[in-house]
Design a protein around this ligand. Sequence first.
Ligand code: NAP
Length: 593
Amino acid sequence: MATLPSHDAASETLRKYQEERDKRLDPRIDRSYAETKGKYRSFVDVDPNAGERIERAAIATEVDVAIVGGGFGGILAAARLKEAGVTDVMIVEKASDFGGTWYWNRYPGVQCDIESYSYLPLLEETGYMPKEKFSFGDEILRYCQQLGTHFDLYDKAVFQTEVTGAEWDAAASRWIVSTDRGDRIAARYFLLGSGRANEPKLPAIPGIESFRGKSFHSSRWDYSITGGSIHDPLDKLHDKRVAVIGTGATGIQLIPRVARSARQLYVFQRTPSSVGERFNAPTDPGWYKTLGRGWQKQRRELWLQAVHGSVDDSEVRDGWTDFGRLMRETAPTTPETEAEIGARAMLIDVQVMNNRRARIDATIENKETAERLKPWYNLYCKRPTFNDEFLPVFNQANTKLVDISETPITRITEDAIIVDDQRYEVDLIIFASGFHVVGPVEQRIRFPIAGRDGKLLSEHWRDGMRTLHGLMAHGFPNWFYLGQGQNAVTANYTTTVDDQAIHLAYIIAAARQRGASIVEPTAEAEEAWQEVIRSSMLRPAEFYASCTPGYYNNEGMGGTALFEEGYGAGPAAFDALLSDWRRDGNLAGLDTH
Ligand code: NAP
């Protein structure tokens, strides 16, 4: 039986969490981000992997379905539509190939934190066997391209093309999609699959533009500057002094690789990440062969249930299942009230984080550095990370942790990063500072979406998302959103978008069968879904208010937190709800004509 901290010890820890949160909410700490406009756009508008520019004439065409984004959202939607018999599908993608986040994020050590058997979709359809439990980014990128070939998506796809606007033409019952190549695509259905972490953000540090050395955002990694590859040493850094700003899920993965190659590495850390064990292993081909029909759906469900503690996790164990396992192991034999479950969950949260802090003590030789690396907040206040290489680098002589939790970076000069009266001279600055995940929709979707009567999506979502099932919106006929929001939130993004892809393919095929040219949620159905979301919130606002600031809770500034608008009853209940809805077969809540 697992041991849990006493209530007194846990209360003491929670008190420390509040202290650490308050420290980071000090108004003297500027948590704002530079607008990625003007001079900053150069950080975002580069594509080190673009290859040659595709020269082509502007396209004027009609298609059944136009999709923005060739990442997993767009790929899965196109694949599921094809399975449902809707084959005239065109993907418009800014990058030079499929891959989405895995196209852009090619930093050294990039790896998926979700096990490949659950994360890589359509494994049964393609017959592909992931090399290991946790795939590296290059394998995932290749797999996205393989899906493009498998589902015949390349023929109609356009790459190096950015959508500049989408407008509903009521007279023609078509979406008119325009692009920066002068294209005019008229589409019966229009799907937004541009993802949520697609707009890199840069901290608003004074002087950021005056730096004369090299610098780039982690999602625009430039191997011509560093040498090496995702797997190979960064040989051009052997005589370089490098700064990494940011220690989120990205920083944790790339820092060990930079530390291995650079002459000197300064890691600027504002909030430590929790770093659990990786649990990686090569895939056993013998085991993989034994997997029968339908195995992947079962595996995804098993993993999700193990994360939530409703089943034994021994088959799928990884760092995500730590919490669920302790919930199971400590469950009493007699029924508990909601309050008792909540109190036990709190103790378990503290225990999981105690284990992560103990891992730091067991690894880091310098006691002061160990203290500075310790995360003091609830497990799900920030995205947990899993890595076995990160902590040991702080025992290396060439790697220095610069704790900027209380004294932020004062400014960047032409050759240095200044913190108070300390000057860190560097040749290269790597911004592992994240993406515009929250905030106004127009910050992430850089083009206007105008629905019926010219209504803008940014207006419709001014006070947060408004959808039916997280997928469609009133006033936006024949339009679908791919991604997390007002649906079940899981750490496995591809489960979410695959479920959405299956659902929207059903709706489009059903509308077609009925001879309907319009499908749109009624205002009443959308409002009813808002009520479902409000009454089933995944985590209440008070939880996020107690958290250390970050993008999960709007940098601690209030407003709707990232997962606050999720469907709180969980993924299994959401899946059942949508399956029942499809089984009913009457497209409830949708206006079709
Ligand atoms: P992130 O989680 O937003 O982390 C950004 C980092 O930059 C944080 O450590 C943040 O500190 C720091 N930062 C921001 N402004 C700063 C400033 N002015 N001074 C110093 N530090 C500053 O971004 P990310 O690490 O790129 O990860 C983004 C998301 O991508 C993740 O949450 C995850 O969902 C996804 N991801 C997934 C995988 C995967 O395995 N599937 C791998 C990598 C990333 P604070 O914490 O103090 O704000």
